[in-house]
Design a protein around this ligand. Structure first.
Ligand SMILES: Nc1ncnc2c1ncn2[C@@H]1O[C@H](COP(=O)(O)OP(=O)(O)OP(=O)(O)O)[C@@H](O)[C@H]1O
Ligand SMILES: [Mg+2]
Length: 419
């Protein structure tokens, strides 16, 4: 079948390669995920007998990443005719091409999931392709279990292939040692940046330029796609989890909002239960007016009977939210901005008073993909001379983090809140 799709030329070489290992490091927004998804859709439609498994460390994150990219590619290619070519199933996630080829989704988070990897079977043919998305999340041992699945004779014309896509977040990572430091004729190492992505808009480019100035270390990884190191992370007590979306399951619920236009405007829906914080949903948009964001919140069903804690710097926007029926309220910043942030961060880590610490975990629903990205990058400033971290966050990629800081305001300040 001849499919006409507009793609980035930077990935031509990887898309045509039949080598066993395709290792794609790249900056944020370089086009790796979209290209990979489109390429698999075309490949599976054209080559009968191929089957793909998509791997994320945490299985539940597949829905909002690999599955979303693949179904997105199908709908972009075929529009309303999508179901003529593919059967799209949600539970469990599964895509079946009309020629019988299939795509399934797996994780490697625990023993049970690893065991499930060992017993993969398909309606027709064998497992030939593996896409490991955000591959720096997985261990070398897990990679080897996966690699082991691709063996045995294949019919003529077919080949095995594993594709790894990731941001090079750690220069000591096993992926660098195994694939980049030792030349191997079975491996194709690829490098891409957002500058090679013709679909990226100017505003994105400008945000990256700002990052270059404010956060040179982060820019190296997320802007240039070069091996670096994300050190000095602020929050470690968080994890991605399929948490309940029933608001009545929580002791209390609140919203947090950080206004933005060039930066993201972030709104988070938060719950608290015992000492744990739950991030249930997010709005994360660039270059949108408040009048465009309010309908998104309404559509998402964000509650209007709970406090929405907002940045105090923009009273006019707060007024608009109030007018739309939300209980928007400005946070009251005590002391200096720096001290205010430190107090919030301490509380989020579980330091509730000078002499009292609780065990606190922050659970994030997998659909909050932007909040997860920020949690992975939010870090302390580093003193360039001494190399020591300071007690102030790097002011970049911190909009969801600001919404989180504001959103917990009521719980942090009134220690015994009413239910
Ligand atoms: N072939 C394409 N057709 C249309 N849009 C594209 C295409 N490739 C990339 N894009 C656009 O570029 C954006 C970034 O691409 P993508 O998400 O694939 O980057 P990435 O390299 O996976 O980034 P990250 O490292 O942050 O995951 C996409 O959200 C999409 O808007
Ligand atoms: Mg990606």
């Amino acid at each position: 079948m001849d499919l006409n799709v507009d793609m980035n030329s930077a990935f031509e070489e990887v898309d045509e390669s039949t080598l066993r290992y395709i290792v794609m490091k790249g900056s944020a927004g370089s086009g790796k995920s979209v290209d990979t998804a489109v390429n698999y859709i075309i490949r599976l439609m054209n080559d009968k007998g191929r089957n793909l498994v998509c791997i994320r460390k945490s299985d539940i994150t597949n829905r909002d990443s690999t599955y979303a990219e693949l179904t997105g590619a199908i709908y972009r290619m075929f529009g309303n005719d999508a179901e003529k070519y593919w059967t799209i199933k949600q539970s469990p996630l599964q895509l079946t091409c009309k020629n019988g080829n299939q795509i399934i989704f797996r994780g490697v988070n625990d023993e049970k999931q690893r065991e499930k990897l060992k017993s993969i079977t398909f309606q027709k043919g064998k497992l030939t392709d593996v896409w490991i998305e955000e591959a720096t999340e997985i261990t070398q041992a897990d990679f080897e279990i996966i690699d082991d699945r691709l063996r045995g004779q294949l019919p003529p014309g077919l080949f095995y292939q594993i594709r790894l896509t990731f941001n090079p977040v750690n220069k000591n990572h096993w992926i660098k040692k195994v694939f980049f430091d030792i030349p191997d004729p079975n491996v194709l190492c690829h490098h891409s940046t957002y500058l090679m992505n013709k679909f990226i808009d100017d505003a994105y480019r400008q945000r990256m330029e700002r990052r270059k100035l404010v956060d040179p270390e982060g820019y190296r990884i997320y802007g240039l796609g070069e091996w670096g190191e994300v050190g000095g992370l602020i929050l470690h007590n968080w994890e991605i989890k399929d948490i309940s979306l029933d608001l009545s399951d929580y002791d209390d619920v609140a919203l947090g909002q950080d206004f933005g236009f060039n930066h993201a405007n972030a709104v988070l829906l938060l719950g608290i239960k015992d000492d744990n914080i739950f991030i249930l949903d997010e709005i994360y948009v660039h270059e949108k007016e408040t009048s465009e964001i309010i309908p998104i919140a309404i559509e998402k069903g964000f509650p209007t009977n709970r406090t929405m804690w907002c940045d105090s710097a923009e009273p006019d926007r707060i007024k608009m939210w109030k007018k739309a029926g939300f209980r928007a309220k400005a946070v009251e910043k005590e002391q200096s901005e720096k001290k205010y942030q430190t107090a919030q961060i301490d509380w989020l880590k579980g330091v509730v008073a000078k002499d009292k610490t609780v065990k606190r975990q922050i659970y994030v629903h997998p659909r909050c993909v932007n909040t997860i990205k920020e949690l992975q990058q939010w870090k302390w400033k580093k003193d360039e001379k001494s190399g020591e971290y300071q007690d102030e966050p790097v002011p970049i990629m911190d909009d969801a983090m600001a919404a989180l800081r504001y959103g917990v305001e009521g719980w942090r300040k009134i220690k015994k809140w009413m239910i």
